[in-house]
Design a protein around this ligand. Structure first.
Ligand code: DAH
Length: 341
């Protein structure tokens, strides 16, 4: 038995020495100290001995057990230390850290918020309405004839139930006038949809900001004044503005709004196609026919309205040459136009 115990220690010593991980240690522990271990078997043999031999044998077994435990814990500590050493070698504190990429606002969001702020500072409130509209609000109430080409399937996206994706923010005018009596002074920025092929200056989804002012004594001069204020705050005090005659079914008279080219200052360049002016959107005095539909007395009240293209403004502010960049959302591109809010 003595010999067997010595052999056991030798074998355990060798095996524990070869342990290279926590699992090996656990296996060795089970094998040499566990219930089914040889050592445990020896404890069982104690009752075969004479009573006076038992204490000495017991001491011997306990000492073998202690030795094996010591071997296991020493090896286990050594493994831990070598793992720690290894991980220390892999960690180089002089390497640059992994920088976290900061998220940013989309250029269209930044510009939209700037536009909001400009108009809020001019005393406007912000109105919002649905992007899915009915024909009444998008066309009929805006005095648009039944056979107007903009109602074509080729131009307008229709959805189920006689509804459509609004082609302009102008229906918000109607929704506001349905609910509120003058004085009214609102803007409404939002998404619009038209069945246009994407190209450098078109996108089937785009953004407009609608403005509507209705009160007693509102005139074309107020429209011009508001446009000039907007242009000065948004693009700088040197920028001039003008309106030119145009036609829209829901305004009379109607106009198109221009600002002097922000790139060349009006001398003529590639951005303004040598004209010195940049088109900003449509405008006009609210047509009395629209007031009639909404039961607003056009003998008492007058109003002006306009619609600006947000993409146009963003492209000018950020020097973006192609509208598609704003919708493809390639982060490598958008990162270049990240601004501060
Ligand atoms: N809704 C027009 C468009 O999409 C733009 C416009 C023109 C808006 C005249 C207006 C306006 O409010 O008075 O082309």
């Amino acid at each position: 038995m003595q010999e067997q115990l010595e052999l056991l220690i030798k074998e355990a010593e060798q095996e524990i020495d070869n342990c290279s991980g926590v699992n090996d240690i656990l296996n060795a522990k089970a094998k040499y100290l566990g219930k089914k271990s040889m050592l445990n078997g020896f404890y069982g043999k104690m009752k075969e001995l004479d009573a006076e031999q038992r204490p000495a044998f017991g001491d011997q077994l306990n000492s073998v057990r202690k030795q094996i435990e010591t071997l296991l814990s020493a090896r286990s500590k050594a493994i831990q230390e070598s793992n720690w050493e290894k991980s220390r070698v892999d960690f180089d504190p002089s390497m640059p850290g992994i920088s976290l990429r900061r998220g940013g606002y989309h250029p269209l969001s930044i510009i939209r918020r700037q536009i909001d702020e400009v108009f809020i500072s001019l005393g406007f409130e912000i109105a919002e309405a649905n992007e899915i509209e009915d024909e009444f609000h998008n066309f009929d109430a805006l005095n648009t004839p039944k056979d107007h080409p903009s109602r074509n399937l080729a131009d307008t996206f229709y959805v189920d139930g006689g509804m459509l994706l609004r082609t302009q923010t102008s229906p918000v005018q109607i929704r506001v006038m349905e609910k509120h009596k003058p004085p009214i002074r609102i803007i409404s920025p939002g998404r619009c949809y038209r069945n246009d092929k994407p190209d450098p200056s078109h996108s089937p989804v785009f953004h407009q900001v609608e403005a509507l002012v209705v009160d007693k004594g509102i005139s074309m001069a107020d429209l011009q004044d508001t446009l000039q204020n907007f242009a000065s705050i948004m693009f700088g005090s040197k920028v001039k503005s003008r309106i030119r005659p145009h036609f829209f079914p829901f305004t009379e008279p109607s106009a198109e709004m221009d600002i002097s080219c922000v790139s060349c200052g009006g001398k003529g360049c590639r951005v303004c196609k040598q004209s010195g002016w940049l088109e900003m959107g449509g405008a006009g005095m609210v047509d009395p026919a629209v007031f009639d539909i909404l039961n607003i007395d056009s003998e008492i009240y007058t109003g002006f309205a306009f619609g600006l293209g947000i993409e146009r403004i963003a492209m000018l502010k950020y020097n973006i040459p192609d509208m598609r960049i704003l919708f493809e959302n390639d982060l490598r591109m958008l990162r270049q136009f990240r601004g501060e809010l």
